[in-house]
Design a protein around this ligand. Structure first.
Ligand code: ZN
Ligand code: ZN
Length: 349
């Protein structure tokens, strides 16, 4: 027997032993009281090995609300061992492709992958326009719903639980804030951001058991971010490095890729820089800053230094550059932020 055969047999034995435990994997069960923010997708449409399309999991009292669901969100939630039955629904910030691309799979997992199948469609809360997105996904998946109920039976795949249900709200104007969800002690407040020409575009503040987190959504610098983040524990803000993106733009130009060069030039004006996010964090007095929606991709970790250039001079608190699977815990009755990982290391990897 060759070495590869031995390795194969060992791998099979390890898999056989570990699979039952992984079937019952439920990382949320072990989280303590308080508010927990899991980064599911920390990137943008530009491919980054450590950062998928945007999605954040907000975990409170054992229940999970997602903010956006970019492509790959369902798969990364599985890798984070977040039991699909815990997902209550999705809160949308806006309807750019990178924020909606994973809705279909997230809804599928919500429907049939939990401990008990869903009997109601997955709620998708968002500013007006969310109904068009939801209608489109439901239409695209209509045949899939029929196939799965026919194949697995209506007990395992109840037709009433397939797909999504849109819950649109009228987005708040100016510096107004709007409570869009209040459930089991979790309060979710929406506020309007500036992602022009994308309109509406919102961010959300989450309050639970005395702890709080703000998720910016996609936006250029907006003063309301300081208002809603005032005294919050954690600010999760999008960030685009103009200096690093300039390298990509220049490279596209040098390679004769004019369209790509122009796209890189265009995206600068509707995103915030890491330095702007740091200034907001300082002025709002938050306890920690997480940068996400990282643009451009950072293929090597050493680029994180240049990405954060000047941020620590502007903000005295801790700054984290998010990667998929990061977890930021805000324990109830405390003021600390505990960072950990939700994606376990693969045995043998
Ligand atoms: Zn966007
Ligand atoms: Zn985006």
């Amino acid at each position: 027997m060759g070495l590869d055969d031995v390795k194969g047999r060992v791998a099979l034995a390890v898999t056989r032993r570990s699979l039952p435990g992984r079937m019952n994997a439920d990382s949320v069960a072990g989280l303590g009281e308080g508010l927990h923010i899991g980064i599911v997708g920390a990137g943008s449409p530009m491919p980054d090995r450590d950062r998928g399309n945007p999605c954040v999991a907000v975990i409170a009292g054992g229940k999970v609300w997602l903010v956006d669901a970019g492509e790959g969100a369902g798969e990364t939630l599985s890798r984070m061992e977040i039991e699909p039955g815990r997902v209550q629904g999705v809160l949308m910030t806006h309807f750019h492709s990178d924020h909606i691309g994973g809705l279909g799979n997230v809804a599928l997992f919500h429907w049939v992958a939990g401990r008990t199948p869903a009997t109601r469609p997955m709620p998708v809360i968002g500013p007006e326009g969310v109904e068009r997105v939801v209608d489109g996904f439901n239409a695209a998946y209509a045949q899939d719903f029929v196939y799965r109920s026919a194949h697995h039976g209506e007990t395992i795949a109840p037709p009433s639980g397939a797909g999504m249900e849109a819950r649109p709200y009228k987005p708040p104007e100016g510096d107004q804030e709007l409570v869009v969800l209040e459930e089991d002690g979790l309060k979710v407040t929406a506020f309007r951001v500036d992602h022009t020409p994308v309109d509406p575009a919102v961010g959300y503040r989450f309050d639970y058991q005395g702890r709080s987190a703000v998720i910016s959504g996609d936006t250029s610098y907006v003063p309301i971010m300081e208002q809603v983040s005032d005294g919050a524990d954690l600010l999760v803000h999008e960030a685009l490095s103009r200096e690093l993106l300039q390298l990509v733009e220049d490279a596209a130009g040098a390679a004769g890729r004019e369209t790509r060069q122009q796209i890189m030039a265009d995206i600068v004006d509707y995103h915030a820089s890491p330095q702007e996010a740091a200034e907001i964090a300082q002025r709002a007095g938050v306890r920690g800053l997480v940068l996400t929606h990282i643009v451009p991709p950072l293929p090597v970790k050493a680029l994180e230094g240049p990405f954060l250039e000047g941020c620590h001079e502007r903000y005295g608190g801790p700054i984290w550059l998010a990667r998929d699977g990061d977890l930021f815990s805000l324990p109830a009755g405390e003021t600390k932020i505990v960072k950990s990982r939700m994606i376990p290391r693969r045995p043998g990897a």
